[in-house]
Design a protein around this ligand. Structure first.
Ligand code: HEC
Length: 328
């Protein structure tokens, strides 16, 4: 077998088999595995290196052995090698599959008509063509039975199944991907990391008008349960994303903040509820009781209050006077 295929074919073929196997088994999304994971690239290079080294070592071993042979054996060895390197078997199968008569034997199959000197050979159908034809017959029978008799899925049904699967996958993805929130899917975030991020966003963008403790200034007081534009997470998300009533000074933040950031800052704003700011602005708007609050259970509420008191303490320390805030 070794002598049957020359090394310049053997090395690339083995290499691409390894490459194909790696690509098949390593899940790398829509990027090739060796692009996504440098380790895979390293592995492939190593494989290539080893393949080439093996070729080199075997080649030189053969050479050493050859030098030790007596002249008669040398001649036999060379004859053997030349025979195989010519890819005899490949040539033979090729000729067999073509099934054409050599030109010397054409006289046997020539037909006895003659159109202005153009003659016709009665060649057999080439075997490669015949085999392909037989295979297609087998295929047709299997196909007919599978799809017409045993009613396999047709393309439209296949498409529908895939679509349904994709829909399920999208739903699952949406559940885990926080960044994809919009006003319809947003939920109040309670993780410390999210609230810390929200606090950060609030302190950078919102304190000028709402105060660090949410007590209010140019903007309304965010700590009371009076809301002009609604105090549930969806309404607050909407207010921050789309802005307040025109002319009041609360801009739409969707250009500056990503959806996840809006959700974080909105959740942080909700932690102000029930806290006492240093200089509370008079309540504006209607009292709105969050309809979800009752169903979410008392446990969550106490936890939240604890957390807000903590944040309350350190935000009060940073609180600036309204004048300072506006001058910034
Ligand atoms: C330039 C001053 C200003 C800044 C900065 C500002 N707001 Fe406002 N905000 C206001 C004003 C004014 C209102 C009242 C809007 C209205 O009456 O329609 C408001 C209203 C709100 C409301 C609704 C309050 C209610 O009672 O319904 C929320 C929530 C809010 N802001 C959150 C934020 C957040 C979060 C930020 C930072 C990303 C922010 N604001 C930045 C001025 C500001």
């Amino acid at each position: 077998m070794r002598n049957l295929i020359p090394s310049w074919i053997r090395v690339p073929v083995l290499f691409f088999i390894v490459l194909g196997t790696v690509e098949f088994f390593v899940d790398s999304g829509n990027q090739p595995a060796f692009v996504k994971y440098p380790a895979v690239l390293l592995f492939l290079l190593l494989v290539l290196f080893i393949l080439i080294s093996i070729e080199g070592i075997v080649g030189s071993l053969e050479n050493v052995m050859f030098q030790k042979l007596d002249p008669e054996a040398k001649a036999k060895f060379i004859a053997d090698r030349n025979k195989s390197v010519q890819l005899d078997w490949l040539k033979k199968t090729y000729i067999k599959l073509l099934g054409s008569k050599p030109i010397e034997q054409e006289a046997e199959i020539i037909l006895d008509h003659n159109y202005d000197g153009i003659k016709e050979l009665d060649n057999d159908l080439p075997p490669w063509w015949k085999y392909a034809f037989y295979i297609s017959i087998v295929f047709a029978v299997v196909y007919l039975l599978r799809f017409e008799v045993f009613s396999g899925q047709n393309q439209i049904e296949e498409f529908d199944t895939e679509l349904a699967e994709a829909q399920v996958a999208i739903e699952a993805y949406k559940k885990t991907a926080k960044g994809l929130v919009d006003v319809n899917t947003v939920t109040q975030l309670t993780e410390t990391a999210d609230l810390a991020a929200g606090k950060n966003i609030f302190n950078t963008n919102c304190v000028a008008c709402h105060m660090a403790d949410g007590g209010g200034g140019i903007g309304p007081n965010l700590t009371d349960n009076h809301w002009i534009l609604g105090g549930d997470i969806k309404s607050i998300f909407h207010t921050v994303s789309e802005g307040g009533r025109s002319g009041k000074g609360m801009i739409a933040w969707k250009a500056q903040l990503k959806p996840l950031e809006i959700a974080q800052v909105a959740s942080y704003v909700m932690t102000f509820q029930g806290t006492t700011p240093a200089n509370p602005k008079a309540a504006e708007g209607d009292i709105i009781v969050d309809p979800n609050a009752a169903t979410e259970g008392a446990e969550a509420t106490t936890e939240e209050t604890q957390e807000t008191t903590e944040t309350q303490i350190d935000t009060t320390l940073q609180a600036e006077t309204p004048a300072e805030a506006i001058n910034e």
